[in-house]
Design a protein around this ligand. Structure first.
Ligand code: ADP
Ligand code: MG
Length: 286
């Protein structure tokens, strides 16, 4: 998307505020030169955080109605698979700002389409504890390195939520600190997201929204690096504990790269099975 926007900037094209569709207005450049056009919003490229885009006054195609769509079609887990640069991370950031009980997002969303739905704002805006995690940097050469990276990410999100400690019992506190200090074993790490939803629920008395960006990066990387079986096993536990049968989960959203169609020859080699998703095996575990 940013590439398109850069082209828009260079060529002096315009986009409609309603739908973001790019329109080539032939005389834009000419008018621009003559100073006959109003100042247009600058476009922020390579930046995916909703707050910075809005507060910095950067160009934003209003996609906030997907919050309404998500609430209407809410399953326990929504998986969004789209190609890179599609706006997935920015959307996740938008969700985090919208739902997070620890923020006050009214000003940030002021003037955006979702604000026209007062019942949604009243019922859902800043009403949920949110866990937000991206696995985008978990692409290392060995299985152990990847697990250590995940331990590091988990430690970061636990440390962000140290305020939860006061509502935990002594046993829970001990476990909480093990995640903070990266001491958790691999088995314990598989339960990290689930345990965090338990802690958040204990404090806020509300079920938790879990946002997981690039859930598939560790697995894609494991495939090329040769440790796919270990990683898929780990991820099944890691995602399964958070998203499957978790009573403390309000709902989850996971994003990943576009669906990769792959072909697996059956034993008799007569039939080619085509999976719509690369990670059918994983998803079926959820
Ligand atoms: N609704 C939007 N309005 C303006 N810029 C956007 C929008 N969605 C995405 N972008 C920009 O497009 C680029 C790619 O978005 P990103 O969320 O990183 O995509 P993905 O996570 O799918 O790879 C970023 O620079 C981001 O700021
Ligand atoms: Mg992204």
């Amino acid at each position: 998307m940013s590439r398109i926007f850069t082209q828009v900037q260079k060529k002096g094209l315009q986009s409609t505020p309603e739908n973001g569709i790019i329109i080539d207005t032939a005389d834009v450049c000419e008018k621009k030169k003559k100073g006959q056009l109003p100042m247009k919003k600058p476009i922020l490229t390579g930046e995916e955080y909703f707050e910075k885009i809005i507060e910095g006054g950067y160009f934003y195609v209003d996609k906030t109605l997907f919050i309404k769509e998500l609430l209407e079609n809410k399953g326990t887990v929504t998986l969004i698979t789209r190609p890179r640069r599609f706006g997935k991370t920015l959307n996740m950031s938008t969700l985090r700002h919208f739902f997070d009980v620890n923020r006050d997002s009214k000003v940030l969303f002021n003037g955006l389409k979702i604000m026209e739905h007062s019942e949604i704002i009243e019922k859902h805006m800043n009403k949920y504890p949110v866990v937000s995690l991206t696995l985008k940097n978990v692409e290392l050469s060995g299985y152990k390195n990847s697990i250590d990276r995940i331990k590091g990410l988990i430690s970061e999100i636990y440390q962000e939520k140290l305020y939860l400690i006061e509502s935990l019992n002594e046993f829970q506190k001990k476990d909480f600190f093990r995640y903070c200090s990266k001491e958790a074993t691999e088995d314990e790490l598989q339960s990290a997201l689930k345990f965090l939803t338990i802690c958040l629920h204990a404090y806020h008395q509300k079920r938790v929204i879990v946002l997981l960006d690039e859930y598939d990066t560790p697995i894609t990387n494991a495939l090329t690096e040769g440790y796919y079986p270990q990683m898929i096993k780990f991820m099944r536990g890691f995602l399964g504990s958070a998203f499957k049968g978790n009573d403390y989960l309000e709902f989850g959203v996971m994003t990943g790269v576009h669906r990769i169609v792959w072909k697996r020859w059956k034993r008799n080699k007569k039939r080619v099975e085509t999976s719509t998703s690369f990670f059918t095996e994983l998803i079926s575990a959820l």
